[in-house]
Design a protein around this ligand. Structure first.
Ligand SMILES: *Cc1c(COP(=O)(O)O)cnc(C)c1O
Length: 479
């Protein structure tokens, strides 16, 4: 048997490249990254087309060729579709991918410290905890708050709803008589999470909104009263601090008053809007968020991290701990009598990537000032775009942007406005210089500018302001 073990050891050797080979591979990967970054300004933000249908994990028993793999990476993955790293990406909220995070991920992957349990890596666990403390302080939560670094806003929202369900003791038998309040504009991950959390049968009250797509607090109060009178159990209100569609911020303070008066859990979805707390203007617009019971914010949005970074913050950490407490015999060395809970005790996840470095590196290496400036710049870019498009003949602007999303459309002299705007959106996208998206609000096809990439500056927004009338004119003529 020894012979056989030693033979297998030889065969398994390539899993640990020799230093020279390792260096060569790393240099090639870095070259690729540099070429990608240096070429960003000259590359289209959108390329229509599909990868080679044959492209996939063409494994063989023997080692592959890195050069060929990088060539495939470029043509099959890094070319077709939307390039979210491009400053011309004005279509959806998450983008960017700040370089410093890649260094954090690289080192976290090489050292592979396990941050889930303090016993395994007290330093990694402590860093993640302190990062969450920092985010909790940004929200304005007091001592006793806690949280979880997640893969994104969707999972963080699911954990928030489960935490609320456990904190209010909503048992399965009570679900159908329990009431959850939200608006039509909540992110779809919320309705998904309600279903996954076993709450599909709860009465979901869709609270009417005002003209700016904000939850109408007077309507919320009426609905809660009516439900109570019927003997139902109101327990959860979900509001948005920056909706995906329009960036609208619900009246957080008034909703917090109602939640407190009626004993409801207040969840604030700030997956998109939370980052604006970094600047004074954003803090002013998000006032009241500090009164939430739980808040979701996504570092892979306005902190410009690469995808895979969300966060849940809960005012009272013990509520989070209660929702995710567990015991397992095989964990007895690791979690016995922890004075401070480990990340895994506050999360549905056990084994997870060490997410702390990708957040710590950029905020520390660049310092906070550039982050504060960048989010303020995004607010102003959206306002600037809004005021320019509002004064442009033929265009109609949506409400003044609450954050960095602006909606607008072209109103053609004749014909179907929805079909026209659909064609206008496609024309901008196919052109490839800047990328915008669309949404449907009250049955109307609306164009949407979402500025939240750290590489987006005035010149891309001004370019969009040149292209929109140009394409609108071309489409009008060809009608
Ligand atoms: C992006 C977003 C989400 C979902 O977060 P993911 O990180 O994409 O899972 C939820 N709510 C809002 C308001 C968002 O903008």
């Amino acid at each position: 048997m020894r012979e056989q073990i030693l033979a297998l050891e030889q065969l398994a050797r390539p899993l640990e490249p020799e230093p020279v080979a390792r260096q060569a591979l790393t240099e090639r990967a870095v070259d690729y990254a540099n070429q990608f970054l240096d070429g960003l300004n000259d590359s289209p933000v959108f390329v229509a087309g599909q990868p080679d249908p044959e492209f996939g994990p063409d494994f063989e028993e023997t080692p592959g060729d890195f050069e060929q793999m990088l060539a495939r990476l470029k043509t099959e993955i890094d070319t077709p579709g939307i390039n979210p790293a491009s400053g011309g990406h004005l279509g959806y909220i998450p983008g960017g991918g700040v370089y410093y995070s890649a260094l954090g991920d690289y080192l976290a992957d090489v050292t592979n410290r396990y941050s889930g349990i303090r016993f395994a890596s007290p330093g990694a666990a402590q860093l993640e905890r302190r990062l969450l403390d920092w985010m909790a302080a940004l929200i304005g939560f007091g001592p006793g708050a806690g949280g979880d670094l997640t893969s994104g806003g969707s999972i963080a929202s699911l954990s928030a709803i489960v935490t609320a369900r456990e904190a209010l003791g909503i048992r399965s038998a009570e679900v159908e008589n329990s009431c959850i309040y939200l608006t039509e504009q909540v992110h779809h991950c919320i309705t998904k999470a309600i279903g996954i959390a076993g709450l599909r049968e709860a009465r979901q009250r869709i609270v009417p909104m005002d003209a700016h797509y904000r939850l109408d607090a007077a309507e919320l109060a009426r609905l809660i009263e009516a439900d109570k009178q019927q003997g139902l159990r109101p327990w959860l209100v979900i509001c948005s601090a920056g909706t995906t569609d329009t960036g609208a911020i619900d009246p957080l303070g008034t909703i917090a008053d109602l939640a407190r008066a009626h004993g409801l859990w207040l969840h604030v979805d700030a997956a998109y809007g939370g980052c604006f707390l970094l600047c004074e203007e954003g803090k002013r617009r998000l006032a009241g968020i500090e009164r939430a019971d739980s808040v979701v914010m996504d570092p892979h949005k306005g902190f410009f991290l690469p995808y895979g970074s969300g966060a849940l913050l809960v005012r009272d950490e013990t509520k989070l701990a209660n929702a995710f407490a567990y015991e397992a015999n095989y964990m007895q060395d690791a979690t016995a009598a922890e004075a401070v809970p480990s990340p895994a005790s506050l999360s549905p996840e056990l084994t997870r990537p060490f997410r702390g470095l990708r957040l710590w590196f950029p905020l520390k290496l660049a310092g906070l000032a550039p982050f504060r400036a960048a989010v303020e710049e995004k607010l102003l870019l959206a306002s600037y775009f809004h005021s320019r498009i509002a004064s442009m003949s033929g265009f109609e602007a949506g409400p003044a942007p609450a954050l960095s999303v602006a909606t607008f459309r072209y109103v053609p002299a004749s014909g179907d406005a929805n079909a026209f705007n659909k064609r206008l959106c496609a024309a901008i996208q196919q052109d490839g210089e800047v990328f915008i998206s669309s949404t449907t609000i009250d049955g109307r096809y609306i164009l949407r500018l979402a500025v939240l990439n750290f590489r987006t500056h005035l010149h891309q927004v001004e370019r969009l302001l040149e292209l929109l009338p140009k394409f609108a004119r071309q489409l009008s003529v060809s009608q």
